[in-house]
Design a protein around this ligand. Structure first.
Ligand code: 5AD
Ligand code: SF4
Length: 467
């Protein structure tokens, strides 16, 4: 009986909401729990400890967590423990214990390095454990026990927190002060990943290019190159960049280093200088467009993607029109657009001239329609190209392989081999693009791979742009 109880209390279920940073934090939390003797299970019913790693970037993300907590209220009676981690935990703090008294632990990301100690207190029966006071820390969460879910593509957080304080954003309040890991520590982790067989590494940070090596040894661009040059590495990505810290040497590094991927995610948020100023982004439309020109002047075709917010307080029709003309000018390969959502503690909450929800909805629709038009045309440039694709999964209903190009575009392709043997997940294949859609590419694997140089642009007259 005793054995069974121990076994039950040492199982956990974790659910993750939000961004890639959160997904990767969960990989580190999972590794830490496993190292502490916990076994992961795939459903709440079998778990002794249920953890939610939460997001509060927009109100919908936040509501999801409280819905989930309500749904599982009844499980408390079964002797289960609950922990709320991440951005909602940091933002709501002790209030979570009032809303959901069956929660035993509330911890923000800046305190995860104390998890082993918090887990011991949880096991000892403590009921209101908090990890909320670490936002001013200089320390990062480094662990050798990261449980990476994908054996081919792995994330490394190189910088935590944020000091930019954009007027709409919760992140500086939820993830704390900006702090970078040393280049030496990042390189040790990257080398270990190469030894384990990872071929793609993605650097993560809220403002990844604000990276400052505390030892002063390497710039962000130099660190990218150093990892890109590790033998065995085929692809290096990084996200998310901030325009203010975007320097020309990043473009140069991509141009010079074949393993650095042809993709930069550089959120603009708005095309209007007046709105950018109200958002405290500290750059103008022209200043941002200059960075776009650096990227477009590269030797390689670097894909550019962005985030945008519509309906920020005070955004006029004319301001919004500037966002529309900006997307037309830049020709992004993808735009993630959001309606402004007032967030607790941020300066934008108290700003006048709030925009009615119908107007936000309409602006979002117009922006997405415009961007879809742009993608429909702009993706056409890939028709006939031969692109290297990393295999991610299969779509049995279509008998297609699904993979990703260096530009991070989804490529659905067929191959003669698929009938006999599917190409392994994580392998790289040259694929000729035969059709382009607004959100993905379609192609055929080239069987005689040796015969063709990858990324050669070979246009053929019988290819068609669909949609
Ligand atoms: N309202 C709407 N969108 C937001 N984002 C961040 N904060 C808010 C907010 N309060 C968007 C930004 C950011 C992306 C991750 O989420 O576009 O780049
Ligand atoms: Fe959500 Fe931002 Fe926190 Fe990521 S950092 S989980 S996007 S609130």
């Amino acid at each position: 009986m005793g054995d069974i109880l121990v076994c039950v209390s040492k199982t956990f279920y974790i659910e993750t909401f939000g961004c890639q940073m959160n997904a990767h934090d969960s990989e580190k939390v999972i590794g830490t729990l496993e190292q502490q003797g916990y076994a992961r299970v795939q459903d709440e019913d079998a778990a002794g400890l249920i953890l939610y790693n939460t997001c509060s970037i927009r109100d919908k993300a936040e509501q999801k967590v409280f819905h989930r907590l309500n749904e599982y209220k009844k499980l408390q009676g079964e002797g289960k423990k609950f922990a709320v981690l991440g951005c909602v935990a940091q933002q709501e703090g002790q209030k979570i214990f009032e809303k959901a008294p069956y929660v035993s632990m509330v911890a923000g990301s800046a305190s995860y390095r104390n998890l082993p100690e918090m887990l011991r207190r949880l096991e000892a029966g403590e009921e209101r454990i908090t990890g909320l006071d670490d936002r001013q820390t200089e320390l990062t969460f480094e662990t050798e026990f990261t449980a990476r879910s994908n054996p081919h593509r792995g994330y490394i957080t190189i910088i935590e927190g944020c000091d930019k304080f954009c007027a709409y954003c919760v992140v500086p309040y939820t993830r704390g002060k900006e702090r970078s890991r040393t280049a030496a520590s990042v390189l040790v982790e990257a080398r270990k990943m190469v030894d384990l067989g990872f071929t793609e590494i993605q650097f993560l940070g809220q403002n990844v290019n604000s990276y400052r090596d505390p030892s002063g040894r390497m710039s962000f661009a130099e660190l990218l190159v150093a990892v890109g040059e590790l033998p065995g590495i085929r692809r290096v990505r990084f996200t998310t960049s901030h325009p203010r810290d975007f320097t020309r040497d990043i473009v140069q590094a991509i141009d010079d280093t074949p393993t650095l991927c042809d993709h930069i995610h550089l959120p603009v948020q708005s095309g209007s200088t007046a709105v950018l100023q109200a958002m405290a982004r500290e750059y103008t439309r022209e200043w941002y467009l200059e960075r776009m020109n650096w990227i477009k002047a590269a030797k390689r075709d670097i894909s550019i993607t962005s985030d945008m917010i519509v309906g920020f307080p005070g955004e006029t029709d004319a301001d919004f029109e500037e966002t529309i003309t900006l997307v037309g000018e830049v020709k992004y390969d993808a735009v993630f657009a959001f309606k402004f959502s007032p967030r607790p503690n941020t300066p934008a909450v108290t700003m006048a001239d709030s925009i009615p929800d119908e107007v936000k909805t309409e602006r979002l629709r117009i922006l997405m329609d415009r961007q879809r038009e742009i993608q429909r045309k702009h993706y056409g440039r890939h028709l006939g190209e031969v692109q290297e694709v990393m295999v991610e999964s299969y779509n049995p209903s279509r008998n297609q392989v699904v993979g990703r190009s260096t530009q991070n575009k989804t490529v659905n392709f067929s191959t003669a081999q698929i009938v006999q043997a599917r190409p392994p997940i994580g392998s790289y294949l040259p694929v000729r693009i035969t059709q382009t859609l607004p959100n993905c590419l379609v192609g055929e694997a080239i069987e005689d791979a040796e015969a063709l140089p990858v990324a050669s642009v070979q246009r053929a007259s019988d290819f068609v742009v669909l949609n």
